[in-house]
Write a protein that binds this ligand. Sequence first.
Ligand SMILES: [Fe+2]
Length: 210
Amino acid sequence: MLIFPDQNFFFMSHKIGRSSFGDPANAGNLLSIEEAHALLNEWVPNERLRLHMKQVAAVMKAWALEKENADETTARKWELAGLLHDADWEKYPDEHCRIIIEELEKRNIDPEVIHCIASHGPNYFGVEPESTMDRMIYAFDELSGFVHAAALIRPTRYEGLEVKSVLKRLKSPAFAAQVSREDINDAVSRTNYSLEELIQFIIDHQKDVN
Ligand SMILES: [Fe+2]
């Protein structure tokens, strides 16, 4: 899930219909970041959609390292989930995110990464976030897109962007109206952090992604 300021895409709900993903025997089997970028370049021609995934990936990786004390492999899981979570949306909008899940299962990827992608929109895909990684991608996904939209309308973009101005936009139903404030509140309530803390973290870690 994400938003585009000019909203070229629209999104429908597709229940995945299962709750178990991948093979536990594949634990620790990950794509390299280069392989994930190659997949993105092939599957996602839209630059803005690719940027969204890179932003969520940067925030996820930074969170794992800074807040979860993650080792390098774990941080790569978080980054990969962010990089690939919407990878099938542009080409297979009616089957998002079943196609990317099946692709990663075919490639024998770690089930934690696949579950994380499957649960990034529980109200749409019907898969509940379980791990901390699952809960954080759910919180960061919509919020990352929203923060980016709030930055894009400013002449100086991220420069000087403050949490309070993002909060003000959130309270204005007309701004990025397609973003469900209910989903954001639901996602944030599943973390141990405040909306303000998450917004600040997103601003700090996605501002230089391009
Ligand atoms: Fe997304």
